[in-house]
Design a protein around this ligand. Structure first.
Ligand code: HEM
Length: 490
């Protein structure tokens, strides 16, 4: 076999490789530039670890989908996985029986067929969210967080938070923060991941701060896994409980036979929580931003809702098929916002050859969703938020290829197990907000319009920092619909 070259990419320097190329806060921006310069597959290395960026839907599908049996592993991270105890969370588990069992449980809960059973809950959580929002619209992120957290606690454990400072919401909040801002900051790679012997440093040694932190964080993570689960079990014992992901599976006797069933159940349940908060906040923030910056799309969607749903009731799932413009807004929010721009890395388990290029075993492979969603041929004028781009009917194959929902949730055997739920929950949230609220730029105390300040600081999610906006009921009638929804959902 003739020797193959690595895929092209920016020139590395000795020893460090491309470490300096990888320090950008919004790494997807330089990664999109590399895609333009070097093509569909780009290769870099950081301290000897290969990093592969797949920049087109075809490359991502050829490798992450079609060769899923070798492209679905996760890096074994010493810090996040071992020391902080996250190795049993679904997003961190290596490719093997544990991952398959946990994903099977998640699929049972969130497969397409089960989603309608969540519709009543989605309606009542969405209406509750609207009621909180109209009372206190300034701190809207707080309400989105409470909505996403409350929905997940409800679906997973049958637990209904009692207030914004609810014990489980607060615990979850703290843990999600530790996970995304501390443990996974910098891509989740710590010196101890590159030099594993560091884990044997004694705790008292200078430089062992990471170990002392890890002990603290691990304790919190375990509390986060155990406490809501114990709550759910004791309420099942008392007979007074709401059916949930956990209770349904615990009552399913065929499940009990599986090895370590409760262990996997507990960790899969927890994985949903960590995975749903930042992502939901990101998507809703991009929706609000788009509505502020493109008011004409908002008016157009409101006109569609008024003519299909009318103004005497709130939208429901039965209306969905008749609301193509709202649907296009949802797609465009996922495309324009790109909530997880570089996907989560998959680890390649064997040496591989693709289009005559050599990709070494152990490489971390990134689906470059950002580059795909900003592709000028597929989406002309890609930086502009333009739902109309999805309004023309295309042949089914092209339709599927252009649909951002097929990319925003990742690829292959690791694709987001929550995507069917999100497809319903976020759609309803968007439709309900459009039907009842006007979203606009904030106005300061001198009557001056405040332009939203848009900054991205999270290395994994493209979450805009909270920006000011003006959220208010469209009119008196919309306000009374929101208020009356309490009676309907109770
Ligand atoms: C709100 C929008 C959401 C977006 C945009 C999103 C996106 C993603 C992406 C891009 C991945 C990585 C897929 C890959 O590695 O190829 C992922 C993984 C995951 N998501 Fe989501 N997600 C969302 C919400 C949710 C929700 C609500 C849940 C749970 C109910 C969830 C559960 C998970 C889990 C458990 C994983 C890890 C899967 C694995 O590694 O096998 N996500 N998500």
């Amino acid at each position: 076999v003739p020797p193959r070259d690595y895929p092209p990419g920016p020139k590395p320097v000795p020893l460090l490789g491309n470490v300096r190329d990888l320090t950008a806060k919004e790494l997807w921006l330089p990664a999109a530039q590399w895609a333009k310069t070097y093509g569909d597959v780009v290769y870099l290395n950081a301290l000897g670890i290969g990093l592969v960026f797949l920049n087109s839907p075809d490359a991502a599908s050829d490798l992450l989908d079609k060769r899923g049996s070798i492209y679905s592993d996760k890096p074994a991270l010493v810090m996040a996985g071992e020391l902080c105890g996250c190795k049993n969370m679904v997003a961190f588990t290596g490719y093997g029986p544990q991952m398959r069992q946990q994903r099977r449980l998640l699929h049972k809960a969130f497969g397409v067929a089960t989603i309608p059973s969540y519709h009543p809950l989605l309606l009542s959580e969405t209406h509750t969210f609207l009621r909180r929002l109209v009372v206190d619209p300034v701190d809207y992120i707080k309400h989105v967080r409470r909505y996403a957290g409350g929905l997940t606690l409800s679906v997973t454990y049958g637990y209904q938070p009692v207030s914004n400072d609810d014990q489980f919401l607060e615990l979850a909040e703290e843990c999600v923060h530790i996970l995304s801002e501390r443990i996974a900051s910098g891509g989740g790679i710590w010196p101890v991941d590159v030099l594993p012997f560091l884990q044997h440093m004694p705790l008292w040694m200078p430089g062992a701060g990471f170990k002392r932190n890890a002990i603290k964080w691990k304790r919190k993570m375990e509390e986060f896994v155990d406490r809501p689960y114990e709550y759910m079990k004791s309420s099942m014992k008392s007979g007074n409980y709401k059916p949930s992901f956990c209770s349904n599976l615990l009552e399913d006797t065929s499940m009990q036979q599986q090895e370590d069933f409760e262990f996997h159940l507990k960790w899969s349940a927890n994985s949903m929580y960590s995975a749903s908060i930042d992502t939901t906040i990101t998507v809703v923030s991009h929706f609000l931003l788009a509505m502020i910056l493109y008011p004409e799309t908002q008016r157009k969607a409101q006109a569609e809702l008024d003519s299909v749903v009318g103004t005497d009731r709130l939208p429901t799932f039965e209306d969905r098929s008749q609301l193509p413009y709202v649907e296009s807004i949802f797609k465009e929010v996922l495309r324009w916002g790109v909530p997880v721009p570089l996907n989560l890395p998959h680890r390649l388990m064997e040496d591989d050859i693709y289009n005559d290029m050599y990709i070494p075993k152990g490489s971390l492979v990134f689906g470059n969703i950002w580059a795909m969603m900003r592709n000028e041929t597929m989406y002309p004028d890609p930086d502009t938020f333009n739902p109309d781009r999805f309004m023309t009917k295309l042949a089914p194959e092209l339709e599927r290829k252009r649909n951002p929902k097929n990319y925003a949730f990742g690829f292959g055997r690791r694709q987001c197990p929550g995507m069917n739920l999100v497809d319903s929950s976020v759609w309803l949230l968007i439709a309900s907000m459009l039907a009842t609220l006007d979203v606009g730029k904030a106005v300061d105390e001198h009557g001056k319009v405040v332009e939203p300040e848009i900054k991205f600081e999270n290395p994994i999610f493209r979450t805009p920092n909270p920006f000011k906006c003006d959220l208010r009921p469209r009119n008196q009638k919309a306000l009374s619909l929101i208020k009356q929804s309490e009676i309907l959902s109770s």
